[in-house]
Design a protein around this ligand. Structure first.
Ligand SMILES: [Ca+2]
Ligand SMILES: [Ca+2]
Ligand SMILES: [Ca+2]
Ligand SMILES: [Ca+2]
Length: 240
């Protein structure tokens, strides 16, 4: 049985209405993998450190912490140590995903940070790397230290195409950031808070199809103070 969510991926991404159809979408999440798609979903009702490769920098005072925090719908709270550029990055063990220009793929995450400006953030599917902010291969959202602007990065072998400033984050305010590959075009589409999708043309040289890659996210301090990242959910699916 095909996954209806994906068959209507583009339609859904442009759906701003609080419609019955949109409200019905989560019913498809418990059934992500069949012969058509495989995927990973975590609503963070629970947290298991062992499934992640965690790269932590704790040069400043204190230690990074990662734990479920109370909140309806499940939330993972990540808090760094207090040094500038202290960081906590998570990459799902095993590189279980691979992109192809001829296959649909989808990633979405809902998250917030305590400091929309003095942080670096990354969310997406990347090669396993101890420095995910500068990963060589992947499709991911990144927010740079010193501004509150979210960027979309599509990158192969360090050759990146970026859509910069696609959204502005605010302190302690959740944002839903989604991208998907439409194999019927040469574009990767993104949408913010389930708004209208916007396509970004990606030349073959920047399309990361030569690596097995994995779900990846994290936060780095942009100033010498402990910054926090709260993740509501992450979902990623790729056509088999
Ligand atoms: Ca959640
Ligand atoms: Ca590569
Ligand atoms: Ca800074
Ligand atoms: Ca910095």
């Amino acid at each position: 049985m095909a996954n209806t969510h994906f068959q209507n991926m583009i339609f859904w991404a442009g759906n701003n209405a609080t419609s019955k159809a949109k409200k019905s979408l989560p019913m498809f999440q418990p059934y992500p993998s069949d012969q058509t798609f495989y995927g990973y979903f975590n609503d963070f009702l629970e947290y298991h450190a062992g499934i992640w490769t965690i790269t932590t920098t704790e040069a400043g005072t204190g230690s990074a912490t990662e734990a479920i925090t109370s909140g309806a719908g499940g939330q993972l709270l990540v808090t760094n140590a207090a040094g500038d550029n202290d960081a906590d990055f998570f990459q799902l063990k095993g590189e279980s995903f691979k992109f192809s220009r001829s296959k649909k793929a989808y990633f979405s995450a809902r998250f917030k940070t305590s400091d929309a400006t003095q942080t670096d953030l990354v969310f997406g599917i990347q090669i396993t790397d101890t420095t995910p902010l500068t990963a060589t291969d992947g499709i991911f959202f990144r927010k740079d230290d010193g501004n509150a602007l979210l960027d979309l990065v599509v990158e192969k072998n360090n050759q990146a195409i970026e859509a910069s400033g696609i959204a502005t984050l605010a302190n302690d305010t959740f944002i839903t950031a989604t991208w998907y590959i439409d194999p019927d075009s040469s574009k990767v589409f993104y949408c913010i808070n389930n708004g209208d999708p916007i396509g970004v043309a990606i030349p073959d040289a920047s399309f990361p199809d030569d690596e097995e890659i994995t779900v990846s996210f994290g936060i780095q301090n942009g100033a010498a103070a402990a910054k926090a990242l709260t993740v509501d959910y992450i979902t990623a699916m790729i056509e088999r």
